[in-house]
Design a protein around this ligand. Structure first.
Ligand code: SF4
Length: 260
């Protein structure tokens, strides 16, 4: 029996290295049982420790990898493997931003790239749908400071007074068939998605609002594209209307109406 136990200890010591570093009782079934348990526990903790170290290493490598992709995409406007990079960026967003801050890089470019990635993924779907299945959300900050429009449950009711671009744009878009809303607040978008169930959405806003809006649309399973404002703020913001008209396929009709 003792010989068999010694053999077992020898095997354990070969396969469970921590055993070798210790002095253990030389005889007795209980002692060997204890020894086996110690070996198992030590090996278990060793394996768990290794898994944790590898896990953190993988996270660090992935964070650096995603950060490099974000910088590359932001600088070049190229978005290789958009679905993979988007998923990785969303999962590791906090760490990627922390890494940016560590190297004193503006972390808002992460949000910027997330928006452009979502645009790249959703644009084809947005363009493929007929106009009357799509909704457009314009921010109220694009209005003139003297806007006479009133607030209603369907958003700001533009009366096309001519003091800002929203009136003429809304008219063109509605002529094409789009549902157009001037958004008074972020909760409004959720209410309109639930009410009108658009097949796709285009939103205009500042980067932080757009990111929240795109996340919301994603949760509802609605493909959405976003166009950031040229100048953020609470009033008198500006937009690149050429980009907006091109994206909504309203550029032709917009240029015709501007010449008439
Ligand atoms: S065009 Fe419409 S949104 Fe713009 S200021 Fe006039 S009423 Fe307000």
């Amino acid at each position: 029996m003792v010989g068999a136990s010694s053999f077992l200890v020898t095997i354990l010591c070969i396969h469970f290295p921590p055993v070798r570093a210790k002095t253990y009782p030389s005889s007795g079934i209980l002692s060997y049982g204890l020894l086996i348990m110690i070996c198992m526990f030590e090996s278990f903790y060793l394996v768990i420790g290794q898994i944790i170290v590898y896990f953190f290493l993988i996270i660090v490598v992935m964070t650096v990898f995603i950060a490099i992709f974000v910088i590359y995409s932001f600088r070049t406007g190229k978005f290789p493997f958009p679905n993979v990079v988007l998923s990785g960026t969303l999962v590791l967003e906090g760490l990627v931003k922390a890494l940016f801050r560590l190297f004193e890089i503006d972390d808002s470019i992460v949000d910027n790239v997330v928006i452009r990635l979502r645009n790249k993924i959703s644009l084809k779907r947005f363009e493929s749908l007929p106009f009357d299945k799509k909704a457009i959300f314009l921010p109220q900050c694009l209005r003139s400071v003297d806007c006479p429009a009133k607030l209603s449950p369907e958003g700001i009711q533009c009366i096309n007074c001519g003091q800002c671009n929203i009136g003429g744009t809304k008219k063109i878009l509605e002529h094409l068939g789009y549902m157009v809303f001037v958004v008074p607040g972020s909760s409004f978008i959720k209410r309109m998605i639930v009410k009108y169930k658009p097949g796709a959405i285009l939103g205009v806003g500042c980067i932080s609002e757009l990111k929240g809006g795109l996340d919301l649309c994603h949760r509802f399973g609605v493909p959405a594209v976003a166009i950031p404002l040229d100048k953020d703020g609470c009033v008198s913001t500006t937009l690149d209307w050429d980009v907006f008209y091109r994206t909504t396929k309203a550029d032709k009709i917009a240029s015709e109406s501007s010449h008439s």
